[in-house]
Design a protein around this ligand. Structure first.
Ligand SMILES: NC(=O)c1ncn([C@@H]2O[C@H](COP(=O)(O)O)[C@@H](O)[C@H]2O)c1NC=O
Length: 539
């Protein structure tokens, strides 16, 4: 057995080319032709190849049938598909091809109509439907199925590899298997985009719930992680096409860990909850140990200093996210604090160099327009998954008559105790209410001057969350701070912990059966309290 037969190489004599994205087509066609490969191609692809003076057989010549119906039918013909699907290991397939006068292809190069891009452009349904490729996926799937005989190439980025394989006497069987697997992901991703659009936008299968009957996505492995949440758990990072933290660009540092990604995700989420104000969130174990906002013109270094001051002990080994570029000034401070990750939309000149003095730090760049990721959150549970809209700080609560009765905007809050808050106190309450969304339930957050000063997170009862927030703040900082509670106080006991610590104003959703006893406690202390009517659980 020759070495080439041993690794399953099949020399490439005839290639079918049908590509929407013509990037790299010239070099590919030239390279194949120079290697003695006969080229067969569809309308626009054939025209480009022909225009280069490279011999090409048009598909119509092969099929004896014109491309028709505005390109809806080009390659959908047995003379094309028999040439792709013949298993050339089988003598009976070869003799049938002979009888039919069909020559086999050893290579198919195809990429598909830009359906997803067309939808994103705001095109009409008819225009979107026209961009559902039919002939392309049929060829891709056929070639991928028949990978023992045919190599399928779907990405212009791999044309150089294809030419190298041709020069080496063809793709090996292992290479063709890999190409086939990639090709089925390509068509699966394409079909999931079509199916999601069809069952979500084109026809509303959600029965008014906003959640369609089907949901699909393909994820591509970006890297194998060193380990998972713990060293004995294997783990990997997968991405889909929407961006988000999984697609952030690492500018410096050793590989991100599983826990780094979880914390960076939480940090970014927390850092983008305060509108356009400069914001810094410092996260440990998916919870904030400091969040701060600044005035519109405040330096991000100053905002970071406020966030760090909330709980400087816990910030050790934390993950920092900001919605502003990291300046040299901020970098100078952060370099002296053991920090696992910094995520920012950009790093000013010199900031990366300063921070990289810390060998253990990782620097991630995530442009603001890529922060949003998915409009829904998905959480796997055994045997299925939960899907929900993302929690955002823009809820409005209306009564049956459509009147606004509550919501995240302070203008919609209900004053249930004490004097209306001063402008300054109201600003802090509004900040605390936005910041509490980033804290795992049961959550209490004390704030002052646009910064958290004490966070009680992840407790199984609200009283303990209050105790924790107060003890983290310390008596001095708790005194005169404002407090936010992510959900209602079921009893006055938790609120009383805050009142005893001297908080001057409280914001909470309200809605408990015992609201009145909670309000009574606030009134007895003469403390301002607002009910929002909305809550921000995070589990
Ligand atoms: N209908 C068909 O038979 C058909 N065969 C191939 N295509 C697509 O036509 C495109 C290439 O067309 P052209 O070479 O004319 O630019 C490719 O994206 C390919 O996936 C087809 N188009 C859509 O289904």
């Amino acid at each position: 057995m020759s070495p080439s037969a041993a690794d399953g190489r099949r020399p490439i004599r005839r290639a079918l080319i049908s590509v929407y994205d013509k990037t790299g087509l010239e070099a590919l066609a030239r390279g194949l032709h120079d290697a003695g490969v006969e080229l067969v191609s569809t309308g626009g692809s054939a025209a480009l190849i022909d225009g280069l003076g490279i011999p090409v057989v048009r598909v119509e010549e092969l099929t004896g049938f014109p491309e028709c119906l505005e390109g809806r039918v080009k390659t959908l013909h047995p003379r094309v598909h028999a040439g792709i699907l013949a298993d050339t290991r089988k003598p009976e397939h070869l003799s049938q091809l002979d009888d039919l006068g069909v020559a086999a292809f050893e290579l198919v190069v195809c990429n598909l109509y830009p359906f997803r891009e067309t939808v994103a452009s705001g095109a009409t349904p008819d225009e979107c439907i026209e961009q559902i490729d039919i002939g392309g996926p049929s060829m891709v799937r056929a070639a991928a199925k028949n990978h023992p005989s045919v190599a399928i190439v779907t990405s212009p980025g791999t044309y150089d590899d294809a030419l190298a394989a041709v020069a080496a006497g063809g793709f090996t069987l292992e290479q063709r298997k890999l190409l086939a697997a990639q090709a089925f992901v390509h068509t699966a991703d394409y079909d999931s985009a079509v199916a999601n659009w069809m069952g979500n936008v084109y026809v509303d299968t959600s029965e008014g719930t906003g959640f369609p009957q089907w949901s699909g996505a393909t994820f591509t492995k970006a890297e194998t992680l060193r380990y998972g949440e713990n060293p004995h758990q294997a783990a990997a990072l997968y991405r889909h096409w929407r961006g988000g933290i999984a697609s952030a660009r690492q500018l410096f540092g050793k590989a991100m860990s599983y826990n780094n990604y979880v914390d960076a995700d939480a940090a970014v989420r927390a850092a983008y909850d305060h509108g356009d104000l400069p914001t810094v969130a410092i996260i440990k174990h998916a919870n904030p140990c400091g969040i701060a906002v600044g005035a519109a013109d405040e330096s991000i270094a100053s905002v970071h200093a406020k966030a760090h001051a909330c709980d400087s002990m816990s910030a050790f080994g934390g993950v920092i996210a900001t919605n502003r570029p990291v300046t040299v000034e901020m970098a100078e401070t952060v370099k002296d604090i053991f920090t696992e990750v910094v995520v920012a939309p950009a790093f000013d000149d010199g900031a990366v160099e300063i921070l990289s003095a810390r060998k253990a730090i990782r620097l991630l760049q995530l442009p603001a327009d890529q922060v949003a990721g998915d409009p829904v959150e998905i959480r796997p549970i055994s045997g299925g998954m939960l899907m929900q809209q993302r929690d955002k700080v823009d809820a409005v609560v209306r009564d049956g008559a459509g009147e606004v009765t509550g919501g995240d905007d302070a203008a919609n809050w209900r004053l249930v105790s004490g004097e209306p808050a001063s402008a300054e106190t109201l600003t802090d309450l509004q900040f605390a209410w936005r910041a509490i969304r980033a804290v795992k339930s049961n959550a209490i957050l004390l704030a002052s001057g646009g910064a958290s000063v004490g966070v009680g997170m992840g407790q199984v009862n609200r009283v303990d969350a209050c105790h924790l927030a107060v003890s983290r703040a310390g008596a001095e900082r708790a005194q005169g701070s404002v407090a936010a509670s992510d959900a209602f106080f079921p009893f006055p006991d938790g609120l009383e912990v805050l009142l005893d610590a001297g908080v001057k104003a409280v914001v909470a959703p309200g809605g408990s059966l015992r609201d009145q006893s909670v309000i009574d406690a606030a009134q007895a202390a003469g403390v301002t309290m607002y009910f929002t009517g909305t809550r921000h659980f995070a589990h």
